[in-house]
Ligand binder design. Structure first.
Ligand code: PGA
Length: 249
């Protein structure tokens, strides 16, 4: 695997203040290198989005949001943000279906509504899905993946602007990752599913869960992985750059 045309998505979750925006001069410099042909997307907390959009203006780095509300008309929804507002703040991407958002109430049906609204507002979707540790123990991984993808894509016409992020819930923030054989197996399964059932010619499939600069080499033989959704290891700029550099072989 080389990092050409790969996606490196920093999911900052509920971390950071706008003091950190300045640190990103380093990544701007890094992304400017001629041979650098990948996609870097920062997904900071919503309150930092505009500072990030400003800091990364005129660079190749894109900005994404971490979630939105499922309704898209302005209205009395205290504390919520619609996909329309997110797009107008300068975001090009949005993470939807993350297990941490699912744990706080996002059902498959709600996620589907958010996807449809976000696509209507011209956002690209980073759709997360994956099994819990119980589901893994009970050998339900394929079933869970199939169900989460099929609910998410219900009535979605334009599927080309969706990136598919396989994030086993048991792998997020735990340091645990699938072994090479299982990575190959599940990525092939997801790729075949997206091509055969959903007619997506070249699906973009990402991995997320405890990816860091020490374990990134594990992925070098997994040809069906198009990039990574990176949580805690994306908060330290040098570590994040290191991950990207180490995907060169
Ligand atoms: P992690 O998070 O890299 O900290 O495990 C990944 C994610 O939740 O997207």
């Amino acid at each position: 695997m080389t990092n050409k045309n790969k996606y490196f998505i920093a999911n900052w979750k509920m971390n950071g203040t706008n003091k950190l925006v300045n640190l990103h001069k380093k990544i701007i410099k890094f992304a400017k290198k001629k041979k650098f042909k990948s996609n870097i997307i920062y997904c900071p907390p919503s309150i930092l989005v505009e500072s990030f959009v400003h800091a990364f203006k005129k660079t190749k780095i894109k900005i994404g949001a971490q979630n939105c509300f499922h309704k898209d008309k302005f209205g009395p929804y205290t504390g919520q943000l619609s996909s329309k507002m997110i797009r107008s703040s300068g975001c090009e991407y949005i993470i939807l279906g993350h297990s941490e958002s699912r744990a706080h109430g996002d059902s498959n049906k709600i996620i589907n509504k958010k996807i449809i609204n976000s696509i209507n507002n011209k956002l690209k979707i980073i759709l997360c899905f994956g099994e819990t540790s119980n589901e893994k123990i009970n050998k339900l991984t394929n079933k869970v993946i199939r169900k989460q993808i099929s609910s998410a894509l219900k009535n979605v016409k334009n599927k080309n602007n969706i990136l598919f992020a396989y994030e086993p819930v048991w792998s997020i923030g735990t340091g645990k990752i699938l072994n090479e054989d299982n990575l190959k197996k599940y990525f092939l399964f997801i790729k075949n599913l997206l091509i055969s059932k959903y007619n997506i010619k070249k699906p973009i499939i990402l991995y997320g869960g405890s990816v860091n600069s020490n374990n990134i080499k594990l992925f070098k033989n997994i040809h069906n992985i198009n990039g990574f959704l990176i949580g805690s290891a994306s908060l330290k700029i040098n570590k994040f750059i290191d991950i990207i550099k180490k995907t060169y072989i």
